[in-house]
Design a protein around this ligand. Structure first.
Ligand code: SF4
Length: 290
């Protein structure tokens, strides 16, 4: 059976309904996050999820993520975020990101330490697609960067970034710090430009006092209005913010849990919208958490 031309020209008709209206009016952020897994090949000092190689995985399977992405698009959300843990520990990740990008633009957070020649070849499928890899790079020097993250982290990341850029993949850099002075920041910005990442793709953000940051006495104490109100789906339920489903002393934090029901996505999306609309005016944050 042939497909009508109009369907080919308009594969995703505009969404309608309260979620679409709220996103379009700017009352509800347009991004939906998915925590693909909670384990990681490293164990950073400020990790919100206490990730490490042996951490409980709490995985979302690829079929669930594709279904969430399709429902997000149909409801009127505009963007997807994929995070962990380290998403590229999941062997299906390059192909899954390419499929997710057929639904909505995607940003994926990664520590960029797993990009062997083989994985680099596999992520070439993302070139030219609306997929950005957001890579952590905190300091312009290996010793201070690695002290917060992992041995040889700086060397691996500064090797991976130009290799990804060369392959036509969009790279963003996220710098997560307690503080950074102007001289060090200038050197970090010179470095990311040298690696092929422009200023427009560099964000600087504070450590948040959740997860492992609590035990290391790091980070800013964030209240609900400080956190991006972006609907976040995990294997354990739906949360108010990607800074919600954190782990402390091995236990999942549930203070920002919206509902254990993740599908249909309209259920947590309506809960999220209700919470946002109940929030008092004048609660804007200055902490720049993102
Ligand atoms: S902050 Fe990211 S890279 Fe570091 S341990 Fe946590 S999940 Fe892994």
């Amino acid at each position: 059976m042939s497909t009508p031309a109009t369907e080919l020209e308009h594969p995703h008709p505009p969404a309608v309904g309260p979620i679409a209206e709220a996103v379009s009016a700017g009352r509800l952020p347009g991004r939906v996050w998915m925590y693909t897994n909670y384990h990681c090949n490293i164990a950073c000092t400020y990790c919100l999820t206490e990730s490490h190689p042996g951490a409980a995985r709490r995985e979302l399977d690829p079929a669930a993520m594709l279904d969430i992405a399709a429902q997000a698009r149909d409801l009127g959300f505009t963007d997807l975020g994929v995070t962990g843990g380290e998403p590229f520990l999941q062997p299906f990740m390059p192909d899954l990101l390419a499929e997710l990008a057929q639904q909505l633009p995607v940003v994926t957070l990664t520590n960029a330490t797993l990009f062997s020649r083989r994985l680099l070849a596999r992520v070439e499928v993302l070139a030219g697609l609306p997929v950005a890899l957001q890579i952590s790079l905190d300091r312009p020097d290996a010793d201070t960067n690695d002290a917060m993250r992992a041995p040889r982290n700086f060397a691996k990341v500064t090797k991976a970034i130009p290799a990804l850029v060369e392959r036509g993949i969009t790279v963003r850099i996220a710098t997560t710090v307690e503080s950074i002075d102007d001289v060090e920041l200038d050197r970090l910005c010179a470095l990311h430009r040298d690696l092929g990442v422009p200023d427009s793709e560099h964000i600087i953000r504070p450590i948040v006092h959740r997860g492992r940051a609590i035990n290391n006495d790091l980070g800013v104490h964030a209240t609900v209005p400080d956190l991006p109100a972006e609907l976040t789906i995990t294997a354990d339920g739906a949360f108010y913010s990607p800074f919600g489903p954190t782990v402390h002393n091995g236990q999942l934090d549930t203070d920002l849990l919206l509902t254990r029901t993740t599908r249909p996505l309209a259920t947590p999306a309506r809960a999220q919208l209700g919470l946002i609309e109940d929030r008092l005016d004048g609660e804007d944050s200055t902490l720049n958490i993102r």
